[in-house]
Design a protein around this ligand. Sequence first.
Ligand code: 4AD
Length: 464
Amino acid sequence: MKRTMVNEARNWDQEFNTEILLKGWIRTKRDSKGGFSFLEINDGSCFGNIQIVADKELENYESEILKLFPGSSVSIKGIIVESPGKGQNAEIQAKEIKVYGFCDVNTYPIQKQRLSPEKLREIAHIRPRTNTFGAVTRVRNELIKATHEFYQSKGFLNIHTPIITGNDCEGAGQMFQVTTLDMNRKLKENETVDYADDFFGKKTHLTVSGQLEAETYACALGNVYTFGPTFRAENSNTTRHLSEFWMVEPEMAFADIQDDMDLAEDYLKHLCSSVLNNCAEDMEFFQKRISKTIIEKLQNITENSFERISYTDAVKILVESNKKFEFKPEWGIDLQTEHERYLTEEKFKKPVIIIDYPKNIKAFYMKANDDEKTVAAMDVLVPEIGEIIGGSQREDDFDKLSKRIKEMEIDIDEYWWYLDLRKFGSVPHAGFGLGFERAVQFCTGMANIRDVIPFPRTPRNADF
Ligand code: 4AD
């Protein structure tokens, strides 16, 4: 018999009083004095459970059903009937319950009282069984789906960029080295490591961004996007930083910074409306338990246009706000989270796109503006999170890019292939990177980025 998922059973739109087969885990169980038990089953297909009524007439009622506790795995053959209970469409009258695995009520880590997020991180292999992590996982999945839908519907080609690379896209030097050299071998006096002996015959790292490689495809095929893991060895212990996170990076040929901002705004709106339309039950849970205004916040994103201001104006607004910031806002210095949050949460009360940053605080590849002080960079800031997207128009002029690479004392020989793009039919092009976990955080209201990725990697933590 074909298995029916709980989601389908809860929204049953076929004939009632037919037999179906369900498989899942027990979430709650109540034994009634009258000789029957109520089991609530969940199988991950939706937030809600379905109720099973198990009668004492079942052959294993005494021997097994009475010994079942939350966490046990079962299959149920039964009749789906219209439910007399409030808030549920259907329930199942069990004819046969098979137990796959019992769950010890005394040692099972998930009990009635809620565990703190910190405690749940210590049992990252068990936490997907909680309501919160089920809901986060379904929303995360919806955002993955919505991302591909969005770019595919616009004709962007999905490309896979390498995870092991020899370049440092952001030039920040915050990279994890990849090597097969023997770390236990002691160097002789005055000996330095010879990377010619390493696996790739050169020094390599885990990528911090797929952008540079994505540019090579955009400059050949038009619009592309890459969606992959990225790695940053920065010692940031905040609620918004991971050492391993996923990034969505579209790259468009024949596009400038305006096109880039338009794409970023459309994409974020699409993400929010997809979650609102397709994860209603999970969002109700987040609104009730995690963030009281989350649904309204996402609706606000879909309904209003984003504010767009220059970095210079942003600094002016911050200075004139007379607000006491821990870091004084000043032209030429990068905006801090407290500044970003002031702009989005207090000043504009909506997402803000900041453009034209000072060139000295941005990466080498960004297109120089005519003022020679700023570059065509853009960051999208959203309430509570701060920066969710970082991007730019790319420098497409061979001479200007070479000069900038040298000025920043970057090894130009490593970038010969990147410079070639500017030699052979160069085109204006632009793109950005969306921090995927920050997007999941934004859409769920989860306070800590470690709780929106299955197995978070952060400084001194790569358990599981
Ligand atoms: O601003 P970033 O560093 O931009 C780039 O890497 C560009 N190469 C992207 C591009 O233009 N194709 O990072 C982009 C986004 C940030 O806005 C932020 O949302 C996220 O990636 N991000 C992080 N997310 C979690 N943990 C970290 N340590 C992050 N660092 C950046």
